[in-house]
Design a binder for this molecule. Structure first.
Ligand code: EPS
Length: 403
């Protein structure tokens, strides 16, 4: 079973992660980790922090000569902004008195954090609840992503809407309803989206969104949005219906919902399907040479908690950033009087980054289930297990049901 933990405060020394359980002999380079860290930092509408940071990993353990050893991989990402926060964030010296934060921002973890952990300074909540932590996740999940690529499994994403601005073309519907080509590769979506300042799939849509973000920034407000994550090349049989916690769909929902500010996750055409007839919703089964195929993918690639060989299609919604320059009301905890919520430097929009983080989390979940089914101690053993299954799958079904 693979697992990872992250550690680190937003303005502390660094973020770290320990990743455990990957087989030996998986090739990966520092450049690969850094590429996805860079992709996470993209997107028009981010705050000044993204001009300070240029995230890269320092590989501390678990690799030798560019290959995994099967031992825990540990990675470190330094916070460049740390130099500006030395007095406030020192691990030992007490922060200056004036730095104490006492006005919680509605929608952030400020009030719930100080309530739960019995803090006398909201900064103690802000630091770890910050989405800065997701840089460590993207680094950890890059190992999963690289692992999957070796088996022809690719993951991409695009932003579908920001601030309620959708494209004229319904790309999500195209993925779900139109004939999916068996050689469909999610990397083409990733590459197209990465060319856009807001990770959308067409220029006109990008212009409309950028205009809206600019207007929103002028007003001191923030925006959320929706994005779609796709995984192609996923084999039949990952996940299970035998227990609630073995279903891959529940793992995906949990992993993506765990990303800061994500408030809804939908697999396939989840919400729209609920309004239709069963005959309009379920994806007909067609024999296609030595395999089965579907011409639609309303189920988003999962039936009964198990992958069905079609691309995984997941849509999620991110709420607007909680830190507002033109604030709404809150309470000053020092005076208990009504005040404007405090503003501190933040992003105006982070939906493009959120989509990249969701790609990473999806990679993690797929890799987890892949290794549960095919995992060996080395990449070679894992590959043999996978190839053997793939080669025999259709033949076994045929044999089992032949009279
Ligand atoms: C964040 C607030 C901002 C964001 C940060 C998440 O940071 P700061 O308070 O330093 O301006 O930029 O995101 C990142 C630093 C990052 O790497 O994604 C928050 O409150 O969640």
């Amino acid at each position: 079973m693979i697992r990872f933990l992250t550690a680190g405060e937003s303005h502390g020394e660094a973020l770290t992660t320990i990743i455990d359980g990957f087989p030996s002999n998986l090739s990966i380079s520092k450049d690969y980790f850094d590429l996805h860290l860079k992709r996470r930092q993209m997107g028009f509408g981010r705050g000044a922090r993204m001009r300070i940071e240029s995230d890269e990993v320092e590989i501390l353990s678990g690799l030798r000569g560019g290959k995994t050893l099967g031992t825990p991989v540990s990675l470190l990402i330094r916070n460049k902004d740390r130099d500006n926060w030395k007095d406030v964030m020192d691990a030992e010296a007490l922060p200056r008195k004036s730095e104490k934060v006492s006005v919680p921002r509605p929608g952030h973890a400020d009030l719930v954090g100080i309530s739960k952990y019995n803090f006398n300074d909201i900064r103690n909540s802000i630091e770890r609840s910050s989405a800065r932590e997701t840089a460590a996740r993207v680094a950890a999940c890059s190992l999963a992503r690289k692992f999957l690529e070796g088996f022809g499994i690719f993951i991409g994403s695009f932003v579908e809407s920001i601030g309620g601005i959708y494209p004229r073309e319904n790309y999500f519907d195209e993925l779900i309803n139109n004939r999916i080509k068996s050689n469909f590769n999610a990397l083409s979506i990733l590459k197209k989206a990465d060319k856009s300042a807001v990770r959308v799939l067409n220029e006109n849509h990008e212009k409309r969104i950028v205009r809206k973000i600019k207007q929103t920034m002028k007003k001191g407000n923030t925006l959320g949005g929706t994005f779609v994550v796709v995984a192609s090349g996923v084999p039949v049989g990952l996940g299970s219906f035998v227990q609630y916690d073995k279903r891959i769909d529940s793992d995906i929902a949990s992993a993506i919902m765990s990303i800061n500010a994500v408030k809804a996750v939908e697999i396939g055409n989840g919400f729209a399907n609920s309004k239709k007839y069963g005959s309009e919703v379920h994806d007909e089964i067609i024999k296609n040479g030595e395999s089965f195929f579907r011409t639609t993918n309303h189920a988003g690639g999962i039936e009964g908690g198990i992958t069905n060989g079609l691309p995984l299609v997941v849509r999620a919604a991110m709420k607007p950033i909680a830190t507002l320059i033109s604030p709404i009301h809150s309470v000053n905890l020092s005076t208990m009087k009504k005040v404007d919520a405090r503003h501190e430097r933040s992003d105006f929009v982070a939906v493009p980054a959120c989509a990249v983080i969701a790609e990473s989390m999806l990679a993690w979940v797929i890799a987890k289930h892949f290794l549960l089914k095919f995992g060996g101690d080395s990449m070679e053993e894992t590959t043999d297990n996978f190839n053997n299954y793939k080669k025999k799958l259709f033949k076994r079904i045929k044999k089992n049901f032949s009279k």
